[in-house]
Design a protein around this ligand. Sequence first.
Ligand SMILES: CC(C)(COP(=O)(O)OP(=O)(O)OC[C@H]1O[C@@H](n2cnc3c(N)ncnc32)[C@H](O)[C@@H]1OP(=O)(O)O)[C@@H](O)C(=O)NCCC(=O)NCCS
Length: 183
Amino acid sequence: MLVGAWLSDGCGQLRIEKLRSSHQAAFQKFLGELGRSTTYDYTHFGYEVNPEQATSKVLRDVGTGRVSGYVVLHGTRIIGFGHLDYFSKKEKRHVARLGIVVHQKSQGKGLGKRLLDYMIADAKDKGVEKIWLATYSDNPRALELYRSRGFVVEGIFRKEEKVGRRYRDVVSMALFTGVGRKT
Ligand SMILES: CC(C)(COP(=O)(O)OP(=O)(O)OC[C@H]1O[C@@H](n2cnc3c(N)ncnc32)[C@H](O)[C@@H]1OP(=O)(O)O)[C@@H](O)C(=O)NCCC(=O)NCCS
């Protein structure tokens, strides 16, 4: 079982932990601080995030085991969040859906990559065989991050969303973890 991991940033203050109820206030603050360009690319809670509602929902889902949540902490401040969502349908229990968001001030410093690696390792630990996600064709950073970790494009949903007058293509990507593979 994976426990929290320290990230070496030179001052040893960065840490990845499982999201839990004691993170409530810090998590709500994190969501409230996300800038427009970040929530434009991370739309799991909608284009307009309601931090209070989103926090309650995530903590409730973590409590019931429907979601595994992960936070990147800088001291006691949350600067990144990831989640694996599980399916109740028996035939989809080997699959998890993944999402990641890093605070705009901390993007491009390798945190997304480390958080993703941690989540993939934890998913394998839990016996997840397929990790699936949806991102946008106009989000090269996310596409490259996932591609660099072995995710492949499964399909593109063209003009799936319309934001103002702009259409967005949704890209579905997946990674087979190798867990459960018969050799
Ligand atoms: C996408 C996101 C999670 C990536 O996290 P991050 O901490 O910014 O990314 P990292 O610094 O770990 O970079 C990871 C990889 O992304 C790629 N990358 C980074 N910046 C990039 C850019 N400007 N263009 C293309 N690829 C880029 C690189 O492959 C990089 O790996 P490398 O440093 O070994 O070359 C983060 O930027 C974010 O939260 N963005 C807004 C929300 C979002 O897009 N979430 C994903 C939606 S599914």
